[in-house]
Design a protein around this ligand. Structure first.
Ligand SMILES: [Zn+2]
Length: 91
């Protein structure tokens, strides 16, 4: 289930300590967000965070992805759906 996640981790470990570009950053972003929300340890968070602070574009993507991941984790509407029932047509 988390194979993709561990693949990202491997990429992260293979990364140089300094300087990543936007493309690299965005590759790591799903792992970064997931790790952050589940409070997992992740390598190179300092590099990622410093890029985040320097780059408004990536920050925007980060914020968007974070909202999606949080929303998926909470699923606020799924429990209420069962309460809806079709109006009886009456025959
Ligand atoms: Zn960037």
């Amino acid at each position: 289930m988390h194979q993709a996640f561990f693949h990202w981790i491997e990429i992260l470990y293979a990364t140089q300590e300094h300087e990543i570009d936007c493309k690299q950053f965005q590759n790591y972003l799903p792992a970064f967000v997931e790790a952050e929300l589940s409070q997992l340890p992740l390598p190179h968070t300092a590099v990622l965070k410093s890029h985040l602070q320097q780059c408004p574009d990536c920050h925007e993507i980060y914020e968007g992805l974070r909202l999606v991941v949080v929303a998926e984790a909470i699923e606020p509407f799924s429990s209420g759906a069962a309460e809806f029932s079709p109006i009886p047509t009456g025959d």
